[in-house]
Design a protein around this ligand. Structure first.
Ligand SMILES: NC(=O)c1ccc[n+]([C@@H]2O[C@H](COP(=O)([O-])OP(=O)(O)OC[C@H]3O[C@@H](n4cnc5c(N)ncnc54)[C@H](OP(=O)(O)O)[C@@H]3O)[C@@H](O)[C@H]2O)c1
Length: 375
């Protein structure tokens, strides 16, 4: 008897790619094929690291390390040329377009792609610059809140367990609101079926939902990231250090983000009024959640109190002189304001915040190369 094994290609075998890959290998029979950026990276993975990946679950009592051997791995130069049925994208946001380019000939209308990334704006890049006059694959988004960082090589530490919301992404604004029945139909989709099978969904915390439910979670997380990431990077501090001083700047950022998001995501902000009391449309309370006073409090609580010892990923990026995801966080608000032809000053806070993050990174790079003038 032949067993039907789903094949899942993973583009971006870093922290997020590995944490999902390990649980897919623990709880399913899927064959996972990581796609590396170059033959050199592929050879290192296969020879130096013996094609092994691992996750240490730091939140479990005995901190178990789960390791798995990867059967097959590829890179653009050596790609076998078969059609890609399921693709998990876990590169950094700004790496997506370049990373997917070599594989476009193998993606068609039946390919399932899930983006598991922070921020917003990759969907627009895919729609406007990647799949603009070619195939239209099934696009999904995973809003992930797990915290993972590298130990060494392809071994990562899974430090914080929070979960992942998944939903089908709309190709046009008219498809932004989904019914419960529409979501149910997707349970037959191979990738969704795989991600929602009970053991994996429980252990990884995967919840499959309508786009509008996921979007509410995504915008909530976006607002946290749009405050915590740039501000900790600019002033170079650990989250909890700024607890008594950060509310005014958070308020300015959140107020402006919400003004722009209300225009760009109008169907979401009109949703409760329009669909209240209809069984096909879950109640969300969007305007109670995405409201300035409430969000300032949430960001301070979640960012500076609950995660007080954390150093944000953007601060880490600027300290280690790596590119940041600012264009897909505060920079996304600037892009939206431009795309929706809003007044010039409608995004001035987020524009300045983005410029200051770039200044911080530039300054750190200059100091690393030329020395620190303060000493
Ligand atoms: N880590 C977390 O705790 C966490 C939590 C929530 C959300 N997120 C979000 O998840 C996303 C991924 O973050 P991450 O922490 O997993 O980043 P990461 O560890 O840097 O992983 C990204 C991976 O993508 C690979 N990549 C880049 N360009 C590529 C290309 N052209 N072809 C193939 N592979 C390529 C990188 O490989 P190279 O080494 O070759 O560059 C790297 O292995 C980000 O949007 C992040 O904000 C992360």
């Amino acid at each position: 008897m032949t067993v039907n094994r789903p094949i899942v290609h993973i583009l971006g075998l870093g922290a997020m790619g590995t944490v999902l890959a390990v649980d897919l290998l623990r709880f399913s029979n899927a064959m996972l094929i990581p796609l590396f950026r170059s033959e050199e990276k592929l050879n290192r993975f296969q020879n130096e690291f013996k094609s092994q990946i691992g996750i240490r679950k730091l939140y479990e009592s005995n901190k178990p390390l789960y390791t798995f051997d990867i059967e097959r791995s590829e890179c653009p130069e050596k790609f076998g040329g078969e059609k890609i049925k399921n693709l998990v994208i876990t590169t950094k946001t700004y790496q997506t377009k370049e990373a997917i380019a070599p594989y476009l000939p193998y993606i068609d209308n039946e390919t399932n792609i899930i983006l598991i990334q922070n921020g917003l704006g990759v969907l627009e890049v895919l729609k406007e610059e990647v799949f603009n006059n070619s195939s239209k694959p099934n696009l999904f988004q995973g809003v992930i809140s797990h915290g993972v960082y590298q130990d060494k090589g392809f071994i990562y530490n899974h430090a914080g367990w929070v979960g992942m919301k998944i939903a089908r992404l709309p190709w046009s604004e008219g498809d932004m609101i989904q019914t419960v029945d529409f979501v149910k139909r997707d349970t037959e989709n191979e990738l969704i079926k795989l991600l929602t099978q009970p053991k994996l969904a429980k252990d990884f915390g995967i919840e499959h939902m309508t786009y509008q439910e996921m979007l509410l979670g995504q915008l909530f997380k976006f607002l946290i990231n749009s405050c915590m990431n740039p501000v900790t990077a600019i002033v170079d501090c650990v989250n909890g250090e700024m607890v008594d001083h950060c509310s005014p700047v958070f308020r300015s950022i959140i107020d402006e983000c919400l003004s722009v998001l209300r225009v760009a995501y109008k169907p979401l902000f009109d949703y409760d009024r329009k669909y209240q009391g209809n069984d096909q449309y879950p109640t969300l309370g969007v305007n109670d959640v995405l409201q300035v006073d409430h969000m300032v409090k949430e960001v301070v609580d979640c960012g500076c109190v609950v995660n007080e010892r954390n150093s944000s990923s953007m601060r880490q990026d600027t300290l280690y002189l790596r590119d940041t995801e600012i264009e897909y966080i505060n920079g996304y608000i600037v892009k939206l304001a431009h795309d929706f032809k809003l007044a010039e000053d409608s995004c001035k806070v987020n524009k300045t915040i983005s410029e200051l993050v770039n200044l911080r990174l530039g300054l750190n790079r200059t100091r690393a190369a030329q020395g620190d003038w303060r000493k």
